[in-house]
Design a protein around this ligand. Structure first.
Ligand SMILES: C[S@@+](CC[C@H](N)C(=O)[O-])C[C@H]1O[C@@H](n2cnc3c(N)ncnc32)[C@H](O)[C@@H]1O
Length: 226
């Protein structure tokens, strides 16, 4: 795992093209993954949600119609884009510039927490999960949306070709930051399998954890109740 300053520099660089690349590289399916996260959160209007590693704010904007949302990231270029999108959409989202490993919030403050494609980048993932548990109230819920490895046999080979070939090629061409998309492929390959992440969440102090795979196992959503 590269150190946090290198991660930050990388995301500052890809921010201008981040949304375009997300849509192209996921063929637009990423929207439906975020919608599924929102459904699983079982939001109520009184809820306060913390969206960590918010990037350009797509998940926070999907949450905003249903509950109050504070979106947090340590990359300035990402946050300014999230702010612009929130204003343009007329969906207010609170924004916080902060490191997910050292959140500037009191304990047991949030009803829900979310991280989409973010925990993979944390320099110390177990510490990050404990920090999220700390800011969630008892009975609160965390949803993690992350890439995984397909469990469908027929998808394994095409996915490997995609990760090793198409993703770095298209990502590099469109973003002009080839190293960022090589890192993306590597970090997906190195990310724990769903059962392992489930155990990590239990070790971090969550009372119960379940997960579901989407799109043949390309991504997984973990739901951890505090
Ligand atoms: C792949 S992007 C995901 C953005 C967004 N959640 C989405 O679904 O498109 C990962 C984001 O995590 C942020 N990030 C990585 N490590 C972080 C940390 N330690 N603290 C806060 N943000 C972090 C990066 O700045 C980047 O915006």
């Amino acid at each position: 795992m590269p150190e946090a300053t290198a991660i930050k520099r990388m995301f500052e660089g890809v921010a201008p093209r981040y949304d375009l690349l997300n849509r192209v590289l996921s063929l637009g399916i990423d929207r439906s993954w975020r919608e599924r996260v929102v459904a699983l959160l079982e939001l109520e209007p009184s809820h306060h949600v913390l969206d960590l590693c918010c990037g350009t704010g797509d998940l926070a904007l999907a949450i905003a119609p249903f509950a109050r949302c504070t979106a947090c990231d340590f990359t300035w270029n990402m946050l300014t884009r999230a702010r612009g999108k929130s204003l343009a959409a007329g969906r207010p989202v609170g924004l916080a510039a902060a490191d997910a490993l050292e959140l500037p919030f009191g304990s047991a403050l949030f009803d829900r927490a979310t991280v989409a494609f973010g925990v993979r980048n944390l320099e110390d993932m177990p510490a990050g999960l404990r920090e999220i548990r700390r800011v969630l109230r008892p009975g609160g819920r965390l949803a993690i949306l992350e890439f995984s490895q397909p469990h469908r046999l027929w998808l394994k080979l095409p996915y490997r070709l995609y990760l090793d070939g198409l993703l770095p090629l298209v990502g590099g061409l469109l973003s002009r930051r080839g190293e960022a998309y090589r890192y993306l492929a590597e970090s997906i390959r190195g990310f724990p399998q769903p059962e392992v992440l489930k155990d990590m969440l239990l070790d971090a102090g969550f009372a119960s954890v379940r997960y579901e795979r989407l799109t043949g196992g390309i991504v997984a959503i973990h739901l951890a109740d505090a």
